[in-house]
Unconditional design. Structure first.
Length: 504
C-alpha cells in the first residue's frame, strides 16, 4: 500500500512546474573586529551594500562605512560618514527605498533622524524636540514624510514633516474614555495598498485597564483631519499582537489580519474589517482547534498530545487553546481576492550557567539564550476570510538571535509559493502550489561547499530576494577546516543563488 501511495504521488507531481535553488557564486569577506556591527542590504540590480558601524563614544560620533558590491559580487566602491551622537542613544536602523535611516534618541523628548543615500552620498538630518509638556512616543518614516506621535495631558499629538515641503504639520486629538498616562502608542500603520488607496494613517495603542489587563485600540486619521477610533479587543480577541492593514475593494473599508492572544502569548489569527461606522471581526482561527496541520503533526509528542487534547476539547464542546510565539510576515493578497498569511514559530531558550553568589557559593542559574525559530506556518484564506488550507514545516536556523527575527524568504509566483530557509547549518527549500500541495522539497545544502570544512557558528545568516530570479544569502560564519587548521577562519559569507524552473 505504501509503495502504491508513493507511486501515485510521483505521478501527480510529474509534469508540475518546480522551482529549484542553485548557487551561482559564493565569496567570503574578511571579518573586521574593530566594527561593533556589520549589516548587508541587497539593492536589486545595483548590487549589495555592506554597512559597518563603529561607535566612537569618546568623540561623540558614530562612524559608518559603506561598501558596495555589484550583482557578480565584485567590489565597486567604499565611502564613510560620521553621525554626531552627542548625548543620544542609537536605538534603531532601517533601510527604506535604498536609503539608510538612523534614529537617535535622547530620553522621551528629543530625536535626531538621519537619512543617508549610499549612492549620492547625500545626508539629511532632522532634529526634533517634542513640544512643551509632550512626551515623544513613536516615529516612522513613510513616502517622503517623517511622522511623530506624542502624548500629553490633553491627548495625542501627531506631528509630521514633509521632506519636500520642509515644513512641520500637527494634528492633535483626544482619545475617549482613557487616562492618557495608561496609553502607549505601539505603532503607526500605513495601509498595504492593492487598490491605490494609501492616504489613511492608523495608530495602534495599548491601554492598561488594570494591573495585568491591557486592551488594544486603533485610531484612523483621515486626510480631512477626522479621527475615528476602534476597539480591537473583544472577549474572543483580548489582545492583538502583529497586524497587517490592507485597503479594500470598497474604498470605504479596510481589511485587518493579525494574530491575537494574551499579552505574552498568541492563540491564533483573526480577520476583520473597519469603516467609518465601526469594526467587525469576520473570522478567527485558533492554533489549537483550527490549524489542521498542527494537529496532524505526528513527528513527536506535540502531535500526539495535540490530537488527544483536541479530541477531549471537542467532547466537552470547548475550544482548544495552544499558545505559540510567532512573528508574522506581511499578509499577501492573492489574485482571487483571498489572502496568504505566513508566520514563523519560535521559542524562548535558556541555558544553565554557574555563578558565584555573595556567600561564596556556586549556584546554577538560568540565563536567556536567544529566540529559537522552529517552524513555518502558512494559511490561505478566501476573499470572505474563510480558511482554505493551512500547512507547517520545520524551519530551524542554527543561529538564535537576541531579538525576534524572520528567517523565511518567500517568493510569490503566479503558480507557486517558494520558501528558502535554514535547517541547522544548512539551507533548504520547499515549494507549495496554491492548493497547498508540496510540489518540490530540496535536499539540505550546507553553508560551506568544501567537504573538509564545517560551520562551527553562524550569526545573522539571512536569505533575501534580490533581483529577477536571484536570491542573496549573507552572514557571519566561523568555519573550521578539518585538514588544515590555518584555513579555519571567521568571515562574512555571501552567496548568489538562482531559482530555476524546470518541468519534472
Amino acid at each position: 500500500m505504501l509503495k502504491l501511495r508513493l507511486a501515485l504521488l510521483a505521478l501527480l507531481c510529474s509534469g508540475s512546474l518546480l522551482a529549484q535553488l542553485q548557487v551561482v557564486k559564493s565569496i567570503e569577506l574578511p571579518y573586521e573586529d574593530e566594527f561593533d556591527s556589520t549589516y548587508f542590504k541587497p539593492v536589486g540590480e545595483k548590487g549589495i551594500l555592506q554597512l559597518a558601524v563603529q561607535e566612537e563614544s569618546r568623540d561623540d560620533y558614530i562612524r559608518v562605512r559603506v561598501m558596495r558590491y555589484d550583482t557578480n559580487l565584485k567590489f565597486v566602491s567604499e565611502h564613510s560618514f560620521k553621525m554626531n551622537t552627542e548625548d543620544y542613544d542609537y536605538p534603531k536602523r532601517q533601510f527604506i527605498n535604498n536609503q539608510f535611516h538612523f534614529q537617535l534618541k535622547d530620553g522621551d523628548e528629543y530625536l535626531r533622524y538621519i537619512i543617508y543615500d549610499p549612492f549620492s552620498q547625500d545626508t539629511i538630518t532632522i532634529n526634533y524636540a517634542a513640544q512643551e509638556d509632550n512626551e515623544y512616543l513613536s516615529a516612522q518614516y513613510y513616502d517622503g514624510t517623517l511622522y511623530m506621535a506624542e502624548r500629553n495631558d490633553d491627548g495625542i499629538s501627531l506631528a509630521y514633516y514633509n521632506l519636500e515641503e520642509k515644513q512641520w504639520h500637527r494634528r492633535p486629538f483626544r482619545p475617549s474614555n482613557v487616562k492618557l498616562k495608561y496609553l502607549e502608542i505601539d505603532k503607526l500603520y500605513f495601509p498595504q495598498s492593492d487598490y491605490g488607496q494609501t492616504d489613511a494613517l492608523f495608530l495602534r495603542a495599548t491601554i492598561r485597564i488594570k494591573r495585568g489587563l491591557y486592551v488594544n485600540r486603533l485610531y484612523m486619521v483621515h486626510p480631512d483631519g477626522i479621527v475615528d477610533e476602534f476597539d480591537l479587543s473583544t472577549k474572543e480577541i483580548p489582545f492583538v499582537h502583529q497586524l497587517t492593514i490592507l485597503d479594500h475593494q470598497d474604498p470605504q473599508k479596510f481589511t485587518l489580519i493579525g494574530t491575537y492572544g494574551q499579552e505574552y502569548s498568541q492563540l491564533g489569527i483573526f480577520a476583520g474589517e473597519i469603516n467609518r461606522s465601526g469594526y467587525s471581526v469576520k473570522a478567527r482561527y485558533s492554533y489549537g482547534a483550527d490549524f489542521d496541520s498542527l494537529a496532524r503533526d505526528t513527528s513527536g509528542l506535540l502531535g500526539y498530545f495535540t490530537r488527544r487534547a483536541k479530541r477531549k476539547a471537542r467532547e466537552k464542546n470547548e475550544e482548544l487553546d495552544m499558545p505559540l510565539l510567532t512573528v508574522s510576515h506581511p499578509v499577501k493578497r492573492l489574485p482571487d481576492g483571498g489572502f496568504l498569511w505566513v508566520a514563523e514559530v519560535f521559542n524562548i531558550t535558556y541555558t544553565n550557567t554557574t555563578v558565584l553568589d555573595a556567600s561564596g557559593n556556586y549556584t546554577n542559574q538560568q540565563v536567556f539564550d536567544g529566540f529559537q525559530t522552529t517552524q513555518g506556518l502558512v494559511m490561505r484564506l478566501d476573499s470572505n476570510y474563510q480558511k482554505v488550507w493551512d500547512r507547517n514545516f520545520p524551519v530551524v536556523p542554527y543561529h538564535k538571535p537576541l531579538r525576534v527575527k524572520r528567517f523565511l524568504n518567500i517568493d510569490y509566483n503566479e503558480d507557486y509559493i517558494n520558501f528558502v530557509y535554514q535547517i541547522n547549518k544548512s539551507m533548504s527549500e520547499r515549494t507549495f502550489n496554491y492548493n497547498g500541495e508540496v510540489t518540490y522539497k530540496s535536499d539540505t545544502m550546507p553553508l560551506v561547499e568544501n567537504k573538509d570544512e564545517r560551520v562551527r557558528y553562524n550569526a545573522k545568516v539571512t536569505t533575501d530576494s534580490w533581483y529577477q530570479n536571484y536570491l542573496i544569502s549573507y552572514g557571519y560564519l566561523k568555519i573550521k577546516n578539518r585538514e588544515d587548521r590555518d584555513k579555519s577562519r571567521e568571515v562574512y559569507s555571501l552567496k548568489k543563488m538562482a531559482i530555476t524552473k524546470k518541468e519534472e
